[in-house]
Design a protein around this ligand. Structure first.
Ligand SMILES: C[S@@+](CC[C@H](N)C(=O)[O-])C[C@H]1O[C@@H](n2cnc3c(N)ncnc32)[C@H](O)[C@@H]1O
Length: 367
């Protein structure tokens, strides 16, 4: 006997999209109260969906037809949009994408971190100056002579001739790869870069990165005694801000990034190679608690518990947390709030238009 959930597979329903969740799926409630997630829809849209998979507490559906379209709906420029898993919002106008991301960030702070709008005020999202042709690198998968991205929700290859969100130089590299018949013997993946000399982390959208830097720079203001930049890469923040601090210290475990950062380091600028969790206690013990700015720019996993514990213990005055994952940001902000910090505000910056990704800058001060 199939369960009630499984028996829903294949059934069609006309629904109204009540929300669009982080990740890009629309959320709809069926007449019997069950919740279904469906991609490629807009907020408030009325659509017919077909259930394609059942989980214990919710259903997955595909879009069959649009009954009452959202006024935000636009024609996606990409020919593989909807099949390729890279983009989630090409069917929505850019202002609508921005509004969704702002809403999703606030919702994630509330749901994961139990942080209300008062605990963690979300400021208006900062748009990317470019909506398309912004990525300075893409990683394509190679299989059986084809290059492409994985399909949404699977690792099936969707072959691409160009990527609408990649910079022209990256698309030229993609065309060259496609023209090179030797790739036919090659499986795996390949990163194509606008600037091939970079061997270490670099922000993937230079245009939005300039906006991110502007937000961080405004928060840093006049600077002060010490800047500690944890997860510093090649020192991108320090290079911009070093003139405002008496001493700067970068922490990073990628040897190539540290080598690069040290190349043009000034006398008051140092870099330590290693795990932030191990280096941070000594770094914070050697700076003035009341006149230190700590920048955190961790990968999507966010901060190890030991790192947020150490910050709560050492209490550097100002913390600027640059996050590329709302759920880990929410968890870490909740920990830092319990550790004695006030979350002044959180500013989303749209680093990846057309995709579901959300980047944000949180500003915290020791109470
Ligand atoms: C999101 S990038 C930020 C880099 C830099 N802030 C920038 O904008 O160019 C995160 C960096 O943290 C480094 N990283 C990740 N986990 C780390 C850890 N536990 N300890 C030290 N560095 C780490 C990565 O190598 C990467 O360079």
């Amino acid at each position: 006997m199939p369960t009630a959930q499984a028996s829903a597979i294949g059934t069609r329903h006309r629904v109204k999209i009540a929300d669009v969740a982080f990740g890009g799926d629309g959320v709809a409630r069926l007449d019997d109260g069950r919740v279904a997630f469906v991609p490629l829809v807009g907020l408030g849209e009325e659509v017919t969906i077909e259930i394609v998979a059942a989980r214990k507490n919710f259903l997955h559906a595909k879009l069959v037809s649009i009954e009452v379209p959202s006024p935000d709906r636009v024609q996606p420029p990409c020919v593989v949009y909807g099949r390729c898993g890279g983009c989630a919002y090409q069917h929505l106008s850019y202002p609508a994408q921005l509004a969704l991301k702002e809403r999703q960030l606030a919702a994630t702070l509330r749901r994961v971190g139990h942080l209300t709008a008062e605990d963690a005020p979300v400021r208006p999202i900062v748009a990317s100056p470019r909506e398309f042709e912004y990525r300075n690198r893409i990683t394509v998968h190679l299989a059986n002579g084809a290059a492409g991205f994985h399909a949404a929700g699977s690792n099936k290859l969707v072959e691409i001739a160009r990527c609408e969100i990649a910079e022209p130089a990256v698309n030229e590299a993609l065309a060259a790869l496609a023209a090179n018949r030797r790739r036919k013997r090659e499986d795996g993946h390949r990163t194509l870069r606008a600037d091939r000399t970079r061997r270490f982390f670099h922000q993937a959208n230079d245009f939005a990165a300039a906006e991110l830097m502007r937000v961080v720079s405004e928060l840093v203001g006049a600077g002060g005694a010490s800047l500690v930049d944890a997860y510093c890469g090649a020192g991108w923040f320090i290079k911009e801000l070093r003139g405002r601090f008496a001493q700067c210290l970068g922490l990073e475990w990628d040897r190539y990034a540290v080598e690069e950062a040290r190349k043009d380091a000034l006398d008051h600028e140092r870099y330590l190679e290693g795990d932030v969790a191990l280096l941070l206690p000594e770094a914070l013990a050697n700076v003035s608690k009341t006149d230190t700015t700590l920048i955190l720019d961790p990968p999507a996993e966010g901060l190890a518990a030991a790192v947020s514990d150490e910050i709560s213990h050492a209490q550097p005055q100002r913390v600027i947390y640059v996050s590329c994952h709302p759920a880990t940001l929410a968890r870490d902000l909740a920990r830092l709030k319990r550790g004695g910090y006030k979350i002044e505000h959180v500013t989303p910056v749209d680093m990846f238009p057309q995709t579901a990704e959300i980047e944000a800058v949180a500003f915290l001060t020791a109470r």
